[in-house]
Design a binder for this molecule. Sequence first.
Ligand code: AVJ
Length: 332
Amino acid sequence: MSSESPVLQVDLDEDDFHITVRNSLRRRPRSIPPKFFYDARGSELFDLICTTPEYYLTRAESGILDEFGAEMAGRIGTSCVLIELGSGSAGKTPLLLRHLSDQAAYVPIDICKPLLLPSTQRLSTMFPEMHMHPLCADYTRLPSVNLDGYADRRRVIFFPGSSIGNCTPVEAMQLLRHAAQLVGANSAMLIGVDSKKSPAVLNAAYNDAAGYTAAFNLNLLARMQRELGAKLELDGFAHYAFYNAAMGRIEMHLVSRKRQRICLDDEVFHFDEGETMHTENSYKYTVHEFQQLAWAAGWHPKMLWTDRDGLFNVHYLSLSSSEPVFPHRQGR
Ligand code: AVJ
């Protein structure tokens, strides 16, 4: 937003964490959606994960955006309204924004309120003429985005980081379908997707030697203590992440190291030794698999950029079938 600071809109359900944790502790097997990782501490830990040598995703995608950002801007249109899902600290976003015009607008959507305003303000300083409208919301619940005043601009969803991997393929298709309805005819999407590769590389990426991924996973329990007053022993649980090749996904769990209990409100929940709470899936897709999924959701894959080592893909999808298809580009 030129000269004024961006106004943060908030559209969050404050009870969501409490109700979800209670319901998931009552069920077996136990699982909690990964969106709850991202309180202030969790978002900070995620940024640290992105700096580790093992977590190749961020480096590969940043490399693609750095090399091909200008081409991407050409595809999406330099005066678009760019809606970023799960913008977080938006470290990679300038690599795209620097190729857009001052007429473009930027709508970052993130669930972590303490992060959203400072990260938008940082971008505002870098691109002072660009209109910015931060929205604090849970993008898995498809918030409505007010785009009055931008009726004539092309709407483009920017969904980097392979966050789509948190969804099952069926959920991913539904999310892509709903996103299409949200932005409407002629819109487009730039979406980052991690590819299938050797289990050794994948397992290392989710078990970094510095222990940030473990801390990120365990922070979910610490958050239950802090925000919900849950009584539990943090040391009683361990980080567990592995590539499930049959499902094509990384699974993260919190494993109970012994027989123990968690108390929430007045309810007691028992854990056997070895029992887990499933905290995240991170699906990996070949180019073909993801393009099939996009097609099934009503999007037309029109272009694709890959890093030199073939670790990561950024897909350009359009809702208009008449747009030409461009050749695949691979990094140097
Ligand atoms: C933000 C969902 C893409 O699955 O790689 C990183 C989150 N979890 N390390 C991913 C994550 C553990 C990340 N996404």
